[in-house]
Design a protein around this ligand. Structure first.
Ligand code: GCU
Length: 679
């Protein structure tokens, strides 16, 4: 409920009477599902925050105070539905207009999705106690595809999920009761998400059948829920489906029978789901099947699927997470960081129009700190989508606090120098960099059936922030944090400031006790939680730090290493090539240096490791103290949940500190300058 009485009176007057401008499709029974949703959300929000139940009127408004909704074209349903990623889809404007002796509020949009996003914008503003003037805006989403990837399995488990079980599946089937899915659709739409893939990129046996006749009615039920919120449904598919469920003896993308099978499959899917989004594909990656088995390349594979979906406007989202996961650690010439670029750059220009490459933000795998993937900007004729990981696989698994928006901002703001003016990653992924037809952002969800959705209540800020940042990459991480905190905890100054500060400091804190200077992977194999410095050092995964008694780091230079730096445009490649200019936070990603090497900060590498680990553990303890100061000011249930997680984090940070410091002290024999206790 809005506490500011004056504001509340103003908004209550406007929201009490809502005019839907008359045009075919606004009358009861004629409205699209999305417009119905917008009206429902408006009612719900007005009831909760303003205590009014709006009267919805059709036609031109009279002179009294009201909210007018003008919509210029319908989003439609079924086959006539406009795709959420079409240009201009989702844009809206809000303005104050004179009306009689007072003013009224006007929301206008070209599409029903625009109305829905406009409604959420208004409700968000009211929740944050913004003045009417502050709500005036001309808004349109910067990224056209704003996607969430679920890594949910049909058995109800979630790959890399840290918030309970799947809300989509139970015991091999799609759930009957879709209430929780509807809540989720609502939550996602409220921050502008317009696409979702609902099953794991690793497509197992049962999920392979989702595209068979027997699986589609259930998938269609879920698609219908998301449709109400303007979100297109995608499926991750198994490249070997023709073999697995099609009765064919090959999945060769150039085989006529296989191509025909996919064409038929597309027809079948669209019969059940006329506005189906398309396929997400993990192929030839981590033992998943793909075109390589038939001597074909990824353009052959992706184009075959794209051709099948093309008549219906569907997209193929092809993941670039392709690398050798059976590497020999003795072999120093193979560099996993190079893999995506080496595989995909040569294919630039060969993909069909409705194929999008989904590229992880970094060249490895969602580590705490990585450079930006050099593929961004390198493919000039290929649609690109950036992939982030909201689920905190390598960043504390929603037991540690780690607000990831600052990390993503750094990636999006990174200047690739691929185009002379404005080659930032965000310009490339929103499509303006090279005038791409389709582009956008995708991210792996951090939600499950946990009561608070995300395990750690403060991890919700990452999902919220992902949507907001994807809509507008120029929002600052701090603004986004403030928005989330305000809507979640109310506008108590002290609570808002403390929680915002906690969020903003959390990624640097997590980095400081886990991942020094760009070294990743010092985690327990498979679970990826907790320290194990050599856990991956002698494995097949291509994830090494090469620490010995003299030094640490991976030489990725052209001069003496794997040559990875050459994948960047100048001057980035030159900056990374020399330890003198390489940013400290990435030094060990690009260089192998002695422990006594002096950083740009003036410290030696070994002293930096010791210092950051001592400081990191203290900072984690301090986070806990900050939260304790809010006892009684936030609701007790949430207070207790967060307090428990922060206590675990503080304890676990000490464990990280001691394992890492002890390891490097024993390896190097160099004592801590400050004589602190290392075991
Ligand atoms: C990581 C993660 C896997 C996941 C893979 C992917 O390696 O650990 O669980 O399947 O990324 O993105 O495909």
């Amino acid at each position: 409920e809005l506490r500011d009485g004056d504001l509340r009176r103003v908004y209550a007057e406007w929201f009490g009477r809502v005019y839907l401008e008359a045009d075919p499709g606004t009358g009861p029974g004629q409205r699209s599902a999305v417009l119905e949703t917008a009206v429902r959300e408006l009612r719900h929000g007005a009831g909760k925050m303003l205590g009014v139940d709006p009267v919805v009127l059709i036609g031109e408004p009279d002179e009294g105070p009201c909210l007018v909704i003008r919509r210029r074209r319908g989003t439609g349903t079924g086959e006539t539905a406009s795709r959420p990623w079409e240009k201009g889809e989702g844009a809206f404007s809000v303005s104050l207009r004179p009306s009689g002796s007072g003013r009224r509020l006007e929301l206008s949009a070209d599409s029903d999705r625009g109305v829905l996003y406009g409604v959420f914008h208004l409700l968000r503003g009211i929740a944050m106690e913004r003045t009417p003037e502050a709500l005036e805006t001309e808004a349109s989403p910067v990224n056209r595809l704003r996607m969430i990837n679920q890594w949910d399995n049909a058995d109800g488990s979630i790959e890399r999920g840290y918030a309970g079980k799947s809300i989509f599946y139970r015991d091999g089937n799609i759930v009957r009761d879709v209430a929780r899915i509807r809540d989720y659709a609502r939550l996602l739409a409220s921050v502008g998400i317009n696409a979702i893939s609902i099953n794991n990129v690793n497509v197992h046996e049962q999920e392979t059948r989702f595209i068979a006749e027997e699986g589609l009615p259930d998938v269609a039920r879920v698609a219908a829920v998301f449709r109400e919120y303007g979100i297109a449904l995608f499926l991750s598919i198994n490249f070997a489906s023709p073999l697995a469920i099609g009765g064919l003896n090959t999945a060769d993308p150039l085989d006529a029978g296989v191509r025909n099978w996919w064409t038929e499959t597309a027809r079948r899917i669209y019969r059940h789901i006329p506005d189906f989004g398309g396929f997400v594909v993990k192929a030839d990656s981590e033992h998943r099947p793909g075109p390589f088995a038939y001597g074909r390349d990824h353009a052959d594979g992706a184009n075959m699927l794209a051709e099948a979906l093309e008549p219906y406007g569907g997209l193929v989202i092809w993941r670039c997470f392709v690398y050798n996961c059976m590497q020999d650690w003795r072999d120093r010439s193979t560099d996993r960081a190079r893999a995506a670029y080496d595989h995909f750059k040569p294919l630039d220009g060969r993909f069909r129009d409705n194929v999008l490459m989904q590229i992880k933000n970094g060249p490895m795998d969602f580590q705490v700190r990585e450079p930006v993937s050099p593929l961004f900007g390198a493919m000039r004729q290929t649609n690109q989508v950036i992939e982030f990981q909201i689920t905190q696989e390598y960043t504390g698994q929603q037991r540690h606090l780690c607000y990831l928006i600052p990390q993503w901002k750094q990636v999006l703001d990174f200047e690739t120098h691929a185009v002379p003016d404005g080659g930032e990653v965000k310009r490339i992924v929103e499509g303006s960099g090279f005038g791409m037809k389709y582009s956008g952002v995708a991210a792996v969800s951090n939600t499950g059936d946990d009561a608070c959705w995300t395990g750690h209540p403060l991890a919700q800020a990452n999902l919220y922030g992902y949507g907001r940042l994807t809509w507008d990459p120029d929002l600052s991480a701090e603004e986004i944090a403030q928005e989330w905190v305000g809507q979640t905890f109310g506008n108590d100054r002290e609570v808002a400031e403390t929680v915002t500060r906690m969020l903003m400091s959390s990624w640097p804190i997590y980095e400081s006790y886990t991942a020094p200077l760009g070294v990743g992977w010092m985690v327990v194999p498979h679970t990826h939680y907790g320290p194990d410095v050599d856990g991956y050092e002698y494995s097949r995964w291509g994830t090494y730090h090469f620490a010995d008694r003299d030094g640490i780091g991976v030489d990725r230079t052209v001069a003496t290493g794997t040559g990875y730096t050459a994948q960047y445009f100048s001057p980035n490649r030159d900056i990374y090539e020399s330890p003198g200019t390489c940013p400290d936070e990435l030094l060990l990603f690009f260089h192998h240096v002695p422990y006594g090497h002096r950083l740009r900060s003036g410290k030696t590498v070994i002293q930096h490791i010791y210092d950051t680990h001592f400081e990191g553990a203290e900072a984690a303890e301090d986070l806990r103290g900050k939260w304790t100061s809010l006892e009684g000011k936030v609701d007790s249930e949430r207070y207790a949940l967060v307090a428990e997680r922060l206590a675990e984090q503080a304890e676990h940070a000490r464990h990280w500190r001691d394992v890492i410091n002890t390891y490097f002290y024993r390896k190097s024999g160099v004592p801590d300058e400050r004589g602190r206790r290392i075991y």
